[in-house]
Write a protein that binds this ligand. Sequence first.
Ligand code: ADP
Ligand code: MG
Length: 421
Amino acid sequence: RHALEKKRRQELHNTLMELRGNIRVHGRIRPLMEFDVENEDITSLGKPGSRSEVVVHYVDDENICVRTNKHNKVFEYERVYNSTEKQEAIFDEVQPMLTSLLDGYNVSIMAYGQTGSGKTHTMLGSHRNDDYNPSHDPHPDEGVIPRATRELFRLIEEKPVGTHSLEVSVVEVYNNDIKDLLSRDPNAKHDVVTGGDGQLSIPTVTSKPVDNVDSVMTLVQLGLKTRKESATLVHEHSSRSHLIVTLTVTTKAPSFFAKSFAAEPEGNTSISKKGVVGNLQTTNQQPVVRTKLQLVDLAGSECVGMSGVKGAALREASNINKSLSALADVLGALAEHRTHVPYRNSRLTHFLQDSIGGDAKLLILLCVSPAQRYITESLQCLGFGQRARQVQRGPTKRRLPSSAEKVAPENTQSRPNSATR
Ligand code: ADP
Ligand code: MG
């Protein structure tokens, strides 16, 4: 009965995805923190007109209201979390995406917001600290990355032994350069390349096989340490670069799928042409499908005032602005069904290309502070999310039938992919 219930939930999720397109946007308001009231006169704390006044309000599960001095502005998303909502609540919405991942879709989950808005808290939670002890897992405060990883391994355990294997890579995109945080030489240059099968990858980046959540999180923490140590110039380096954890799932295709594929006249050619999301290859005569889960803690989205910023800081600021506006441009192009989607304008969007476009499923978690002092940044962030929500694409069909649901491969229809894929 439990399985039936779960299947129904998954079906509902898929239907919602089809109705709303593959991009979902959630908003999370963090609680008022001590640093929000810094340098504030004690007599005016939280009072109307003060910088610590709470102006970003949770209205209901789908609406956020921002009180500006002129009017109230309401933003609607698929889901809104109030400041007391637990990490667990966010994960509830992520869970069905992992089932999709094993069904052959690429998935990405990214946290967007200004520095201090709760992105790292949302993505990593308790695992952000160097001294975090994994023996306390699962920690109630752990974020999306450990939770998603744990659930992924749980789902894989339900599958026949040996059909799924996982690899992890941890990179940062800093000043439009990709840095391999699992390498001894994190400053070496890397580039995104398109393989013969049309799938994007960074072949020079370290990718480690993993078989449990602890080994993934140990690698993520190693990456965070490398990131901290390799940061030369800048204080608060973490908010100046994008962190991307990529879990690649290799699935040995079910035999019926393999048979139908072998019957294809073109054989083992471009996946995107066929509309199959995963990366289908043959190793030792057995076809495998590769799908990716990309978990992203984006750089701070504060509109950096260019005046007074010089040298390295200016270079960083303009690179962050460029990559985040490249992301906005990609989402905009998808929303308008433009034939050219400008993925190549930044390494960030280039690397994320096949987990943003086409059939991939993207969840954007907007993180905002409730305080008046950040209202400009919060409005920018909520506006970005609102525009991203307009991304609507045609209905999608599953490409790799789940074991619970053996759809004959010839019944699945392909949908045209965006021209650049
Ligand atoms: P960012 O990564 O966006 O710069 P952080 O995740 O570091 O922001 O959050 C800033 C501070 O606020 C941290 O101390 C974090 O623990 C705290 N914080 C953020 N969101 C929440 C939340 N939902 N509940 C409790 N504390 C939070
Ligand atoms: Mg952070």
